[in-house]
Ligand binder design. Structure first.
Ligand code: NAP
Length: 313
């Protein structure tokens, strides 16, 4: 039987991924939206979250697609009202508030799910299985994209708490923390801040690996031409290339199973997130893995800050 769900923050990702994934799922019935400006055709629309919680006690699950800074107040209100909560990535603006939300969910006896959509990319599970048991010599993450193309007009990503280039970079870190058999931790970083912005436009990160692997990451939002979202690994059992944000996998230069290409760059990721949320609600469990965000927080703690040219759209 399907469950009623409300979607809050009707912006780019809600329209591109959440609404189609909910509509295509037998688990869910999109029963309401909450947004100050956005609506979804044929769905009851609220412009105030408290009003939704009061008016629709029959909706037991809410999915929050707001930017990270305003998200906590919505999540806390939903949990206090006994609703299950699904969080877009990153799950909040700070680690502390995410821990607080997990505690509130435990207290209320409801589910909360910190989603990491890139972990659901087609070849991430295969990459994880291939790396298991192998000795890692080197791993390099390269996440280079054109911010003008992917985040046009989104002021919040340039404001404190908006994460800047870590907004896509945290997707890479969510894959890294999923596929590596051994946990790594940050040892150094350089963050490049445009002189007119509050968040970085580029970052390079270095990690400690418990068995001596050379693990690093480069994120850059100033990429012209080809967009690059790759993870390359050299091991004692060969080389791995995870490309297109986890959608494609090559082992020793040979591409693995062809993936379905329907023009949707996040093909399958959001349907799998909603399927997992349905399972969590049914079992009453909590999934709040904050490890990708820990690396981001460490980069802001430890990173050397460099001021670079101003960024204008
Ligand atoms: P967006 O297009 O800016 O939409 C976010 C929506 O949240 C806005 O349309 C706005 O709706 C609402 N909102 C913004 N600021 C708010 C505030 N201060 N208080 C209440 N509501 C506010 O952003 P997005 O790209 O969809 O990203 C949202 C989240 O999804 C981010 O955490 C992002 O990292 C994640 N995400 C984005 C993508 C992507 O490709 N864009 C991919 C994966 C994940 P109203 O003005 O109508 O209230």
């Amino acid at each position: 039987m399907s469950m009623k769900i409300a979607l809050a923050g009707i912006g780019k990702i809600a329209r591109d991924q959440h609404v189609p994934s909910i509509n295509a799922s037998a688990d869910w019935d999109l029963a309401a939206t909450v947004s100050r400006h956005g609506t979804v055709d044929g769905v009851e629309a609220f412009d105030d979250f408290a009003a939704l919680l009061a008016a629709r006690p029959d909706i037991k699950v809410v999915s929050l697609c707001l930017p990270p800074v305003p998200r906590f107040d919505y999540a806390a209100a939903a949990l206090k009202a006994g609703r299950h909560v699904m969080l877009e990535k990153p799950p909040g603006a700070t680690l502390s508030e995410c821990h607080a939300l997990a505690a509130m969910a435990r207290e209320a006896g409801v589910s909360i799910y910190a989603t990491w959509h890139s972990r659901e990319a087609a070849q991430v599970a295969a990459a994880k299985a291939w790396l298991k048991g192998k000795r890692l010599y080197r791993l390099k993450v390269t996440w280079k994209e054109d911010v003008r193309r992917w985040h046009p007009g989104q002021a919040w990503i340039w404001q404190a708490g908006g994460l800047g280039v870590f907004d896509p970079g945290i997707n890479a870190l969510s894959i890294l923390t999923e596929i590596l058999p051994d946990p790594v931790h940050l040892t150094g970083a350089t963050l490049e801040f445009p002189e007119n912005r509050e968040t970085p436009i580029a970052a390079s990160l270095r990690f400690f690996h418990p068995h001596g692997g050379d693990v690093s990451a480069v994120f850059d939002w100033r990429q012209d031409g080809d967009q690059i979202w790759t993870i390359e690994a050299e091991t004692d059992g060969g080389n791995l290339l995870l490309a297109d944000g986890g959608a494609k996998l090559a082992i020793d230069g040979h591409w693995q199973a062809e993936t379905h290409d329907d023009g949707n760059p996040l093909h399958g990721e959001y349907p799998r997130l909603y399927s997992r949320m349905a399972a969590l609600v049914r079992s009453g469990d909590i999934d709040m893995d904050l490890s990708p965000m820990t690396h981001v927080a460490d980069a802001f703690l430890l990173g050397k800050r460099v001021t670079v040219d101003p960024f204008d759209e």
